[in-house]
Design a protein around this ligand. Sequence first.
Ligand code: ES4
Ligand code: ZN
Length: 326
Amino acid sequence: MTMRAFIAGLPKAELHLHIEGSLEPELMFALARRNNIAIPFDSVEAVRAAYSFTRLQDFLDIYYQGANVLIHSQDFHDLAAAYFDRVAQDGVVHAEIMFDPQTHTARGIAFDTVISGLLSAMEEAEAKHGITSRLIMSFLRHLDEDDAFATLEMARPWLDRIEAVGLDSSELGHPPEKFARVFAAARALGLKSVAHAGEEGPPAYVVQALDLLAIDRLDHGNRSLEDAALTARLARTAMTLTVCPLSNLKLCVVDTMDDHPIDRMLREGLRATINSDDPAYFGGYVADNYIAAAEARGLSKDDLVRLARNSFLGSFLPDDVVADHL
Ligand code: ES4
Ligand code: ZN
């Protein structure tokens, strides 16, 4: 059996996926045409050629620009439907999907337009592929606290359809402490929470995410390994890390995949998982991420099975449903 067949055959959950980051250039062009939006590229090939990054901000600039073609509820539906159709082939049976409402509300797109399109695709994916899913509403950390509070307010009519809040965008200079109050308010409303930390930011940002945001799951977390006490704490508390190998490579968090710390994370007893982050921009969906990490770091079948099991253990599914997936 090929490595791809083995990996695709492992049922898995995807826990770190920005739905706007699954916008493939072909769909970007189709939506640009459908909505009469100008995009600064002549061809699908030119779009892909522009995806060369040296740090997170290079990527974010082009990612926010790509999202400009998303206007109608149907566009958000088509975006998410394409993601589910694609990952059904990768053995994804459950997905916890982040969306960035502020990327759209700042352009005059209504919150309800965004979420209704995503939710209808999620329902369709369960019927069509048997893939269950949850939504994580992520705040853009380069914007201020008031903007995050306003977004939480817009989400109020939809709270029973949102599992958690998240924190993404430019990490350096925007520490978790900036959002301690809005995360507390979200928790009081019954939402769980996740945050990107330790991707480009220092271990101290991971500590803040734990202590000040009370996160239930850590997105990336790579730089935690620079702090032995923090690493031990993450292991002891069974904190799930949503690691994204191809993202780490494309954004130069690692110099080569051979330097990726995924096997070290497992050896240190961390509950690491493998995810795709922004698959249309980073060159692969979740199975591609498992393969790239496995080939570079010599992961065993037992390691791959552990990573897939961790994805359910780290999910927000109820315990009895998690048990059915193990
Ligand atoms: C992101 Cl890789 C990454 N990091 C931070 N924010 C993001 N938003 C979308 N992808
Ligand atoms: Zn991310």
